[in-house]
Design a protein around this ligand. Structure first.
Ligand code: SAH
Length: 340
């Protein structure tokens, strides 16, 4: 059975073998009325509904677990059709919410500081499984303003390229969810060959997890750096075809005593020369058994001050949902607490 959530509007029109406006109607039921039952598409002839239902379903995952942190961050663990578990996080901002979604079950990148890496790679998510993480919360909390979507959960989105691109195409379709690509950010550890086409294929924002500004140090923290080394990555960011008012987000996890010193800040300033960016500093969020500790608060402030004094815009990412293991790098599909 086909999951309608995996298909863009064109593919739905092809599937139902009817006029384009019928495809638009199906799309509106899926993404504006957000139904999960083909029989309820009441402006479609009954015979057409039956024909669609004979080939396809609208399959959402089930909620395996829902937790609310003391700071009101929410974490959802979803059980997929094959029993695999993924996690997504709802992050409260002043007047809106950000949804942080996963792109893979587990991750193959093996970053030493990331809890998801401990799971290893299990499989790619389908477009529908990626999208469902956006629409489940929207259906559950219709009164909330969900504004930003960040693909910063479990997995490396650029290693599930086609499905992530398809999900962004559906999310931004004006006949459907109509979410502006300005509100969607894709975060990568730096899969250089994909950076050449990402902007053209998505128009989404780009975040890059840099985490070290010295090549050998980065390889020690992020094994993928041996394959896609820092100098080439930075060159790819310089070449990234950003329109005038947009910037790349550089993410930098600060690990106590490892990459949070003055020499690291200096190297970062040097390497980011010519990259149109803003920097997000993420103090390390510990997880059970992690071989790192959080940086001293003074080190974080000094690191930020050094960059600021050199005209970078730098934010320290406030840690969210740490008491429910929902902060950056803590998602592990429940594997860390015996679920999943
Ligand atoms: N694979 C993609 C998407 C995951 S984003 C990427 O690497 O960008 C997850 C972000 O959280 C990355 O910026 C990563 O560097 C950061 N991170 C991972 N583990 C962390 C931890 N324990 N504490 C703080 N940040 C962490």
């Amino acid at each position: 059975m086909i999951n309608l959530l995996d298909l863009d509007r064109e593919a739905i029109t092809t599937l139902i073998a009817d006029k384009p406006y019928r495809g638009n109607q199906v799309f509106q039921w899926l993404y504006q009325k957000r139904i999960d039952d083909i029989a309820r598409m009441s402006n479609l002839p009954k015979e057409l509904r039956e024909r669609i239902a004979s080939q396809a379903v609208i399959a959402y995952p089930s909620v395996a677990r829902h937790q609310v942190a003391s700071d009101t961050t929410e974490k959802f663990a979803y059980r997929l059709a094959d029993g695999q578990i993924i996690e997504s996080v709802l992050i409260p901002e002043e007047d809106h919410w950000t949804i942080c979604i996963s792109s893979q079950v587990g991750c193959a990148m093996g970053c030493r500081f990331c809890c998801t890496a401990q799971l290893g790679f299990r499989r790619n998510l389908t477009p529908g499984e990626i999208l469902a993480q956006v629409f489940m919360p929207m259906r559950r909390y219709p009164e909330r303003l969900f504004r930003n979507i960040v693909v910063m959960g479990m997995g490396e989105p650029l290693l599930n390229y086609a499905n992530v691109v398809q999900a962004v195409r559906i999310l931004s379709d004006e006949q459907g969810p109509d979410i502006s690509t300005r509100r969607i950010t894709i975060s990568t550890c730096g899969i250089i060959p994909r950076l050449g086409s990402l902007w053209g294929d998505t128009r989404a924002g780009l975040a890059v997890s840099l985490n070290a500004a010295m090549d050998a140090k980065r390889t020690a923290l992020m094994p993928i750096n041996a394959k896609y080394p820092l100098p080439q990555l930075i060159q790819a960011l310089r070449d990234y075809p950003l329109p005038p008012r947009r910037r790349i987000t550089i993410e930098y996890v600060l690990l106590g005593g490892v990459n949070d010193g003055p020499a690291d800040a200096k190297a970062l300033v040097k390497i980011l020369h010519g990259v149109r960016c803003k920097v997000n500093l993420i103090p390390f969020n510990p997880w059970p058994g992690a071989p790192f500790t959080a940086p001293e608060p003074e080190a974080v402030l000094a690191f930020q001050a050094y960059l600021k004094a050199r005209d970078f815009s730098v934010l320290i990412r406030r840690e969210r949902g740490r008491d429910i293991q929902a902060a950056c790098g803590q998602l592990a599909g429940g594997a860390s607490d015996g679920m999943g």
